[in-house]
Design a protein around this ligand. Structure first.
Ligand code: GLV
Ligand code: MN
Ligand code: MN
Length: 464
């Protein structure tokens, strides 16, 4: 059965034709790497983590942009963005394309039980230095969120290979399943399972917003793999990502040195009222769940204003039943996305929301139930990896700013098992999760060069 989730009602849209058919992609056999085309191979190993014999190495901007634009041609939507909700046909098409590029680079591609794809360039020795991100998108996603980090990782590998640099450790590039959480909650699901934060069985049993079970969708698209989960613990992890916010651009800074990720609390709230006739039911006798949902949205807005700082709250999804003009609704389901860099404040926000739900349910005579969808505490990245990113960014002539991430990222899960940090590049007008998402090529290239040198430096850095 084909599963297209890019039309808003999940039912109609004809599947976009697969741009590439690569039946051999799902084999996980290990290929030995032969670099016939590389005449001189040099071992990259330096005791100085910043200055080294690979200082002049730079990524190929045309090749990076070419891959980004080619992936954006898989499941395009109006306005220049993409719809590749996790484990849909569109996600599979994107995976197939990127895996073909991994295999072109003679990387060993492993796929685990929740569909995480990790490609290894098995050179050097020891645990791999890993990068990666995701290629699933929200329904109205841009071409850079996640994709940029994965494809810049491939560009790091190809740059080394073509220039005859053999890192002293394996390099790994990951595509983590369902980072967005837009189809299966929680977000960062694949990387959470990868680090052992959720069992495979639990993950496979999660149902999509359009009904299917995650495990069934993985099998359907051919990405239920056999690599062990939890996965290989990397030596270190660094993720390159667009900022998705306005701060770098507003401050005329090119590189965000990411110090951590704020805490995330997701819940689904269901309000059940009394469905009735819109013309005959006096206002004083109504138990209207749509009105209550609106009050909840207003409360969240006011709470954010009261808390200030990094507090943000969003009601992003509202489903009204029966959703008709002349019917007081029977039921409304809405999602609450509440985030803060401070765990205590996040808990306080959750507490106040819970009290408000009790109070408004009583006042309006409706029943309110809640379901937790995701809860992640704020994460601090490793100061040593942060320092390396910052030094390299500055050494390459970039302006930098230390900042926490407002968005969730796979790096926040990898940080549970290995030294981790992130690199941000500016988002034009601070826009993301929107087809208009854009980052200038110069910024994308600058970020990828910092990723390259951060990974090579990490290869040569003892982080015990
Ligand atoms: C992921 O993009 C998130 O922060 O919701
Ligand atoms: Mn992302
Ligand atoms: Mn995203």
């Amino acid at each position: 059965m084909s599963q297209n989730s890019c039309s808003s009602d999940f039912s109609a849209a004809a599947s976009l034709s697969r741009s590439i058919t690569l039946a051999f992609l799902h084999a996980t056999n290990v290929k030995r790497i032969v670099y016939d085309e590389i005449s001189t191979l040099r071992e990259v190993n330096t005791n100085n983590p910043i200055a080294s014999d690979f200082d002049d190495l730079r990524i190929d901007s045309a090749r990076l942009m070419d891959r980004i634009m080619s992936l954006a041609e898989v499941s395009p939507i109006a306005g220049g963005g993409n719809c590749r909700l996790a484990l849909t046909d569109e996600d599979r098409d994107g995976r197939d394309l990127v895996v073909s590029w991994m295999r072109d680079l003679n990387m060993d591609v492993s796929i685990d039980a929740v569909g995480n794809i990790i490609a290894y360039w098995n050179v050097g020795s020891g645990a791999p230095v890993m990068t990666g991100s995701h290629i699933d998108t929200v329904r109205t996603g841009g071409k850079f969120d996640g994709n940029y980090g994965v494809l810049a990782g491939l560009e790091v590998v190809e740059t080394c290979q073509r220039n005859g640099y053999i890192p002293s450790r394996p390099l790994a590039v990951g595509i983590f399943t369902d980072e967005e959480g837009a189809r299966f909650a929680p977000d960062m699901l694949g990387s959470l399972v990868y680090v052992g934060g959720m069992t495979t069985e639990e993950a496979l049993d999660i149902t999509a917003i359009d009904g299917p079970r995650l495990g069934d969708e993985l099998v359907r698209i051919g990405y239920a793999g056999s690599a062990p989960c939890p996965g290989v613990v990397p030596h270190s992890f660094v993720e390159l990502h667009i900022e998705q916010g306005p701060l770098l651009e507003a401050n005329n800074v090119r590189i965000g040195v990411v110090t951590g990720v704020q805490g995330i609390s997701w819940q689904e709230v269901t309000v059940v009222g009394q469905s009735n006739h819109a013309g005959t039911t006096p206002m004083s006798l109504r138990h209207d769940p749509t009105y209550v949902a609106a009050e909840i949205a207003v409360f969240l807005r006011q709470l954010s204003a009261r808390f200030g700082g990094h507090q943000v709250c969003t009601v992003g999804k509202v489903d009204v039943f029966p959703n008709l003009i002349n019917v007081v609704a029977a039921r409304v389901t809405l999602t609450l996305d509440v985030r803060n860099t401070d765990e205590k404040l996040l808990q306080q926000a959750e507490h106040e929301i819970s009290e408000f739900l009790t109070q408004i349910a009583r006042a309006e005579g409706v029943q309110i139930t809640t379901k937790k969808l995701a809860r992640f505490e704020p994460v601090d990245f490793d100061p040593r990896v942060i320092d390396i990113v910052e030094s390299i960014a500055k050494q390459q002539g970039n302006t930098t700013r230390r900042m926490p991430s407002g968005a969730g990222h796979d790096a926040q899960m990898l940080a549970r098992v290995c030294p981790t940090a992130m690199i941000f590049v500016p988002s034009v007008n601070g826009i993301s999760h929107n087809p208009a998402e854009h980052t200038d090529t110069d910024d994308l290239v600058a970020g990828a060069n910092i990723l390259l040198h951060t990974m090579l430096t990490l290869c040569a850095t003892d982080l015990q």
